[in-house]
Design a binder for this molecule. Structure first.
Ligand code: TEU
Length: 552
């Protein structure tokens, strides 16, 4: 038995086939009217997700944080930030989700903490050579007076990866490493104390009943010994795509950490799962994160980053099934998240747009929104027919595009600030989502406040408007998810079919799936449609359209 056939038992290990919906708490639903979403807001809107038909939700961080990187800078791993509510609110949300048959995954950020974390404050106070400093990566500077950074690494958000501190006596002192913002110091994961602390954090949330963790920067926690100089090649993107050996990405040492965590989760009932956020250049490398004793899932970023081109998409699907299958793991699939341009926009951008650059008022290559939306709907119709687990990002079920016209003075992403406005960053995919066409803030709250401005034309994407429209993106998602469940498409294998160079075509049992990425219609013959990504007459599949059908 090879590949995915072995996972044929429905219900076993839910994460192998689950559709997992990413909630970005600050932009989902706001119960207080502050302009930032919160946990009670999520609880109040869970019915909509049950109706949509997802198996689980993943919540981006809601733990105590100064919010310098939208919560990916955690100051207390065991509490809820007052912005989002309380631990009681979390427990209530979890109970309500479970009552509706929805599992809950929380985001764990172990690569770095906030500089407001007590450990980092203690490290600053304790001084060079102390056990407190040894929890982070402090080094003396280079040069005569130590005023040059310890090496030449560059932060993912722009600028250098080191910050010099002022010692307790007021003199310029050591430097600390931060892969991301200066407020996000990296932990030293070779320190057993750090390992023990995170085992305890895992248990804290497992004891509360969470079903698993999405692990942030799961490729970054171990750095090459000696921290050697390294400069990314110019053509590389910010997450290390295309680079072979980067001293802070994908180091072998990370795997021990996940083996350790695997054992912690295995002590708990109910198939708790780890999903890694590991940006790696190849699928072969990515699959190392999900060997049988490590994580359960890892994001398929090569799939997400594949251009709208039939041959490339067929290849990445084939390779994903082969590489993940070879280590006994399900493939995952994802088209959008809070770090990338929404796929209803991205798939029609007409120039190169490196991940993390985002799109803003002055960007080149802005897409035709109608083309983007058709491609996005077709892409999702392909994705939800694939065996394995799929991730959805809040708002994509409404067909939301990237918000491309956010004024400069309202931007929030540290990428924008650290690159001096050269990269717009990720705010455009993080705008609060619309619920009601005619309500303040489109029903995000009842005051109209919103931490990022909502585009004026978003009324037509509101959930209530789409509920009333049988041809809406929301109805398409509901139908795809219902059929996927009825036909147990999350498990099993696929058989490729030939519908020409410009098509993605495969069969799942008697269900046929075809997407047309070419300029000419594709004649499908005598078929009965189960669903079409875009309604069309007759049996010729139009450009940028996908269909699920049975052959008569
Ligand atoms: O992202 C990790 C990561 O390497 C990238 O996605 C990166 O943030 C992006 O490419 C910048 O252009 C995770 C989180 O998903 C992201 O939101 C956080 O900012 C980051 O970690 C730091 O915690």
């Amino acid at each position: 038995m090879t590949g995915l056939e072995q996972f044929a038992a429905p219900g076993a290990q839910w994460w192998r086939s689950a559709v997992i919906y990413q909630i970005y708490p600050r932009s989902f639903a706001d119960s207080t009217g502050s302009g930032v979403g919160d946990l009670p807001g999520i609880t109040s809107r869970l019915a909509a997700l049950e109706e949509l038909g997802v198996d689980a939700i993943w919540l981006s961080p809601f733990m105590t944080s100064p919010q310098k990187d939208a919560g990916y800078d955690v100051a207390d791993y065991r509490d809820v930030d007052p912005l989002f509510g309380t631990l009681d609110d979390f427990d209530a949300m979890l109970a309500e989700a479970h009552a509706r048959g929805i599992r809950v995954i929380v985001d764990l950020v172990p690569n770095h903490s906030s500089d407001r974390h007590p450990w980092f404050q203690q490290a600053l106070a304790a001084g060079p050579g102390s056990p407190e400093r040894a929890r982070y990566i402090f080094r003396d500077g280079r040069g005569e007076n130590g005023d040059l950074p310890p090496n030449n690494w560059e932060s993912v958000f722009g600028g250098g990866m080191w910050e010099r501190v002022v010692e307790a006596d007021g003199t310029p002192g050591q430097w600390y490493l931060h892969i991301f913002d200066v407020t996000q110091p990296d932990f030293d994961w070779t320190n057993p104390e750090v390992r023990a602390e995170f085992r305890s954090v895992l248990r804290f949330w497992l004891d509360r009943g969470v079903d698993g963790f999405r692990v942030d920067v799961a490729h970054g926690m171990i750095k090459t010994d000696g921290l050697p100089d390294y400069m990314p090649p110019l053509e590389a993107d910010s997450m290390g795509g295309g680079e072979a050996d980067v001293p802070y990405w994908g180091q072998d040492g990370v795997h021990d950490i996940y083996r350790d965590w695997h054992r912690v989760l295995a002590e708990y009932d109910g198939d708790r799962a780890l999903c890694g956020e590991a940006w790696l250049p190849t699928l072969k490398q990515t699959a190392l994160w999900v060997r049988p004793d490590e994580m359960h899932q890892t994001f398929n970023f090569p799939y997400m980053m594949t251009a709208w081109d039939a041959a490339s998409i067929r290849d990445v699907i084939r390779e994903s099934l082969a590489e993940f299958g070879a280590v006994g793991a399900p493939s995952t699939w994802v088209l959008s998240n809070h770090d990338v341009v929404r796929h209803a926009t991205r798939l029609a951008v007409t120039v190169e747009n490196p991940q993390g650059d985002g799109l803003g008022p002055l960007s080149a290559g802005k897409p035709d929104p109608a083309v983007g939306l058709s491609r996005a709907r077709a892409a999702t119709a392909v994705m939800l027919a694939l065996p394995g687990s799929s991730y959805l990002y809040q708002g994509e079920e409404l067909g939301l595009p990237e918000a491309m016209e956010i004024p400069d003075d309202l931007r929030q992403d540290p990428t924008w600030f650290r690159s001096q406005g050269e990269r717009y960053g990720r705010d455009g995919c993080r705008v609060p989502i619309p619920w009601e066409a005619d309500a303040p803030a489109y029903g995000f709250n009842d005051t109209g406040a919103s931490w990022l401005p909502q585009p004026e034309e978003w009324a037509r994407f509101a959930r209530d408007a789409e509920t009333a429209d049988a041809a809406s993106t929301l109805h398409l998602y509901r139908t795809l998810l219902r059929l996927r469940r009825e036909r147990a498409l999350g498990v099993g294998s696929l058989v490729w079919e030939d519908r020409g160079e410009e098509a993605i075509a495969f069969r799942r049992g008697d269900l046929h799936v075809v997407a047309n990425l070419g300029a000419e219609p594709i004649e499908l013959g005598d078929v009965t449609f189960l669903t079409q990504s875009e309604p069309f007459e007759g049996t010729a599949l139009p450009t940028d359209t996908a269909a699920w059908f049975i052959i008569d």
